[in-house]
Design a binder for this molecule. Structure first.
Ligand code: APR
Length: 308
């Protein structure tokens, strides 16, 4: 049975563990700095197995030796955004946490694929790749699957259709420089651009770009976790099952879309070895410009990371 380590037993980590277990994807090792927290959650999760009908199991621990030999690690440790806090405010705080956990993870599971969920996403993904020393194809960030799902959910609500009828894709960075792709958005196969006015399209895009902050504002403390954990589990399924599905993830670029040497949200084929290919879509010139601007901004912030 495959083994997944989820680092951080907070809201995102525990719901990610739940989704992986309920789908029967892998045994899960849940690790946190807080003593008792992952152990208690693991007991609770395992006690749902006879009802939810899964045969995989969760181990809760504070000791990285228990994570050894993981095929996949999902990093959710760190602090969530508070109201009015940007993802960038989190940078310095979470950089220290991510550096610490990555060193320990890499030591015990040198062959793992790593999915980073901790924000600010693209920068924490870069940091994880640097600290682990892993090939960049084995380190990726979770953002595009979540952002695309948020856009699809807003489109479905706007048009009063099933979320299952909607396809949508966003690239770029996780946050203000997200790039929703107009031509990739369809409802029952029909282009969204033919179904709504440009103003409605713009409203849907803006709400998607602000979707994380909208939830933070309502929750008052903490940030989203149901949809983020669904997105992480979808990526885990593709990697563990070696499905070769294409989905938007924060991946290391090497010339695709005219962008190099930075993590950026792009469509990637996922399999056992991590990012197996970056897929080049035919983008509008304006979308390409936005994507390159997002890449430049991520690169600059990653350079700032070095001075922290
Ligand atoms: N090692 C392991 N776990 C840690 C460490 C560490 N060095 N530092 C903090 N943690 C744990 C905390 O103890 C806590 O249980 O990370 C967990 C974070 O959980 P929450 O505070 O509930 O935050 P959550 O909502 O899960 O978000 C975590 O995911 O989506 C992103 O922006 C979000 O960066 C945030 C991260």
């Amino acid at each position: 049975m495959a083994k997944v380590t989820v680092v951080g037993a907070g809201f995102v980590g525990s719901t990610t563990a739940l989704r992986i277990l309920q789908r029967g994807l892998a045994d899960v090792c849940l690790i946190d700095v807080v003593e008792g927290l992952p152990q208690g959650l693991a007991l609770d999760l395992n006690q749902s197995a006879p009802i939810e009908r899964f045969e995989v199991a969760c181990t809760g621990t504070n000791d990285y030796r228990d994570t050894a030999g993981s095929h996949l690690a999902i990093i959710t440790a760190g602090f969530p955004r508070g109201p009015g806090m940007s993802r960038m405010d989190l940078l310095a705080k979470n950089a220290a946490v991510v550096t610490d956990v990555t060193k320990k993870l890499a030591e015990h599971s040198p062959g793992a694929v790593i999915i980073v969920v901790t924000n600010p996403l693209d920068e924490m993904t870069y940091l994880t790749a640097e600290v682990s020393g892993f090939p960049k194809s084995r380190v990726m960030g979770m953002a595009g699957v979540l952002d695309s799902a948020r856009l699809a959910a807003f489109i479905a609500a706007e048009l009063g259709v099933s979320p299952l009828a909607v396809e949508a894709m966003t690239l770029g960075s996780h946050g203000e420089q997200m790039v929703p792709l107009a031509r990739q958005a369809t409802v029952d196969g029909k282009p969204l651009t033919e179904l709504v006015s440009p103003e409605t399209l713009d409203k849907l895009y803006k709400r998607t770009q602000n979707a994380g902050a909208e939830i933070v504002g309502l929750l008052k403390k903490g940030s989203a976790y149901y949809a983020p954990s669904s997105a992480a589990a979808k990526m885990a399924n593709a990697i563990l099952g070696d499905t070769k599905e294409v989905m938007p993830v924060s991946a290391w670029t090497s010339g695709e879309y005219g962008v190099s040497d930075t993590y950026l949200g792009v469509p990637a084929r996922l399999g056992r070895r991590g990012v197996e290919e970056i897929v080049t879509l035919d983008l509008e010139p304006a979308e390409l410009d936005q994507l390159r601007a997002a890449a430049a901004a991520i690169k600059a912030r990653c350079e700032d990371l070095g001075s922290l």
